[in-house]
Design a protein around this ligand. Structure first.
Ligand code: FMN
Length: 198
């Protein structure tokens, strides 16, 4: 792939590669990406999440906003995302800023989750220390009983974030480590592309 073949928007290329990953049977969870955040002391942290949407010009994921990552995002909205699909030899790196998704979109997504996951969102104070596995299981029983016969509402602290990217890099494995790397940078309301050395 030459630079001249690059589309104007990185999102169409993202979708092309993501579709390829979804069609590849040897990739178990193509939606997996590593999200890196920075806490209030400037220390980085990272963890695997699932991409739940790539639409318009943003990426969407869901989590507990009181978790470690949620606190990081409150203190510093700058994030990095990294996708790597080994069988395709493809990596995508994203830098951007998160925003809270609106409540209606978070409600819609939450309502589509399996009931067990909905209960889990109430039972788990994500990233908080707990005394035992039993403690967590008791919480699940407690919330299962609490919501019995009713829809499980979305906890206010559990919602979606959208990442608005400022930079996206596409990396393609090539022989002798002479990989292709293309960078899209958002400048003056437009995406500027460049090829960089591997
Ligand atoms: C395959 C996989 C998918 C995951 N997806 C999510 C997700 O979409 N949202 C989420 O909050 N945690 C997800 N997790 C758990 C996170 O990696 C992490 O343990 C959790 O969010 C707590 O992170 P924190 O303490 O940094 O906030 C996933 C873990 C794995 C291994």
């Amino acid at each position: 792939m030459e630079k001249i073949d690059l589309p104007n928007s990185p999102f169409s290329l993202f979708e092309q590669w993501f579709d390829e990953a979804k069609k590849n049977n040897s990739i178990g969870i193509p939606e997996c990406f590593c999200l890196s955040t920075i806490n209030k002391d400037g220390c980085p942290d990272s963890r695997i999440l699932l991409l739940k949407g790539c639409r318009r010009d943003e990426f969407v994921f869901f989590t507990n906003s009181l978790s470690t990552k949620g606190q990081d995002l409150r203190d510093n909205p700058n994030v990095a995302m990294n996708f790597y699909w080994e069988p395709l030899g493809k990596q995508i790196r994203v830098q951007g800023v998160v925003e809270k998704l609106d409540d209606v979109e978070s409600d819609t997504y939450f309502s589509m989750r399996p009931r067990g996951s909905q209960i889990g969102a109430w039972a788990s104070n994500q990233s908080e220390a707990i005394p035992s596995r039993e403690y967590l299981e008791n919480k699940v029983v407690e919330f299962t009983q609490k919501f019995e016969g009713n829809e499980v509402p979305r906890p206010a602290h559990w919602f979606g974030y959208s990442v608005k990217p400022s930079k996206i890099e596409f990396w393609l494995n090539k022989i002798d480590r002479l990989h292709d790397r293309f960078i899209f940078t958002f400048q003056n309301d437009t995406w500027v592309t460049s090829r960089v050395s591997p």
